[in-house]
Ligand binder design. Structure first.
Ligand SMILES: NC(=O)c1ccc[n+]([C@@H]2O[C@H](COP(=O)([O-])OP(=O)(O)OC[C@H]3O[C@@H](n4cnc5c(N)ncnc54)[C@H](O)[C@@H]3O)[C@@H](O)[C@H]2O)c1
Length: 362
């Protein structure tokens, strides 16, 4: 399946979704005129599993594969790692037409994309996402970034890939916790944007939990289409893209707090989704029952949206640090499933009351 994503004028790119794409990359990549080398950024775990197959696919296109190793996960998203990659590109004589390939999760995608965006003012970039989060979310939309000690994603650039190859068979080896993180984003898309997807998730999540390749292909394609439609309308994140943040205002705040440490991004987003639904009910924006529907869906996907929370005043303080905080708490709320809306200036008293209702102390 191929979904075309608009990355701005004359910058459409294909997102190819399927099984066994890595070794057949030559058949699925678009023309890459004058490229000689593919610099594949991957951590050792992902490289050990998938670099051999991808290298064969790239070689069939006449591209020499050069592996650039990075640390695993979020730790890779740093300026020192980005600088090390820039320097390796320089010493290995990467030229303007060569291509940087991100093979791995969203961290490697964000890092490699940032390096590609900044090396020689921007060289070609291909995403080969191997986590559910990266396939349904991080590889689409052209946002790239690294972290600073002061905060996440503070240094970055918009840089659209030439193509995205999402091979769902790579998901077979993903740890359960990583799968669940991706499923929280999938639930977000279903609840806020795609009622057909929501229907499928509510009817029978078993094939997805079993990682059935056919079910995963359909799931990834639906999420990519939904994100692509939002991104195309707002390439540089000034308006409609905000709705992709559904559940993330509280989710990001929780992740900043030590008291939430040890729980995953997916669990933070799951709590954030239920919180947003409760807030919408409290504001009488949404019908009663919306939050209960969120809880049922998230639990059926193996997420726990009702676990213990840090103190409510600490959570509120963390929300005020959000990049998207504008003189008041701003939330994406649903008028009902499939009907998202940005609500400005939600009173902090309401936020606190809703947090307490969910069990936060204070
Ligand atoms: N740019 C965007 O629009 C966007 C959107 C969402 C998230 N993100 C970013 O993505 C990052 C999170 O990405 P993530 O959830 O993919 O995790 P990750 O990239 O941080 O970590 C993935 C982990 O799983 C391992 N792994 C990857 N693929 C595997 C596979 N197929 N089998 C076994 N292990 C595998 C990796 O070795 C690594 O340890 C965050 O930094 C977040 O900010 C970016």
């Amino acid at each position: 399946m191929t979904v075309r994503v608009s990355g701005g004028p004359a910058r459409d790119y294909p997102v190819v979704i399927g099984s066994g794409l890595l070794g057949a990359a030559d058949a699925y990549l678009p023309e890459l005129p004058a490229s000689e080398k593919a610099f594949v950024v991957a951590d050792h775990r992902v490289a050990g599993r998938f670099l051999g197959a991808l290298g064969r696919g790239l070689a069939a296109r006449g591209l020499q594969t050069i592996h650039l190793g990075v640390p695993e996960g979020e730790e890779a998203k740093s300026l020192p790692t980005a600088t090390a990659l820039h320097r390796q590109l320089a010493t290995q004589e990467a030229h303007r037409d060569d291509v940087v390939v991100a093979l791995g999760g969203g961290s490697v995608g964000d890092l490699a994309g940032f390096v590609a965006a900044t090396y020689m003012r921007g060289i070609r970039f291909v995403q080969v996402p191997t986590t559910l989060t990266a396939q349904v979310d991080a590889s689409i939309g052209g946002k790239t970034a690294v972290n600073l000690p002061e905060g996440k994603n503070l240094v970055g650039a918009f840089h659209q890939p030439a193509a995205v190859l999402a091979d769902v068979t790579t998901l077979a080896t993903l740890p359960d916790r990583e799968l669940r993180s991706g499923l929280a984003e999938v639930a977000k898309v279903g609840l806020a944007l795609d009622l057909d997807l929501l229907g499928e998730l509510e009817t029978d999540p078993a094939p997805i939990l079993a990682r059935d390749p056919g079910a995963m292909e359909r799931l990834v394609a639906r999420c990519v289409r939904a994100k692509a439609a939002v991104v195309a309308a707002d390439e540089r994140d000034t308006g409609r893209r905000l709705i992709l943040n559904y559940g993330h205002t509280l989710g990001h705040a929780l992740e900043r707090l030590d008291a939430f440490a040890g729980r995953s991004h997916g669990e933070a987003v799951a709590v954030g989704l239920v919180f947003a639904a409760r807030l919408a009910e409290r504001l009488e924006l949404a019908p009663l029952g919306l939050a209960a529907r969120h809880v049922r869906l998230l639990k059926s996907l193996g997420l726990d949206p009702e676990g213990p929370l840090p103190a409510s005043d600490e959570i509120l303080a963390a929300m005020r640090m959000d990049k998207k905080y504008r003189g008041g708490v701003r939330f994406v709320l649903l008028e009902d499933v499939g009907r998202p809306r940005v609500v400005e200036g939600v009173g902090e008293d309401l936020v606190l009351a809703t947090l307490k209702e969910m069990g936060a102390a204070g």
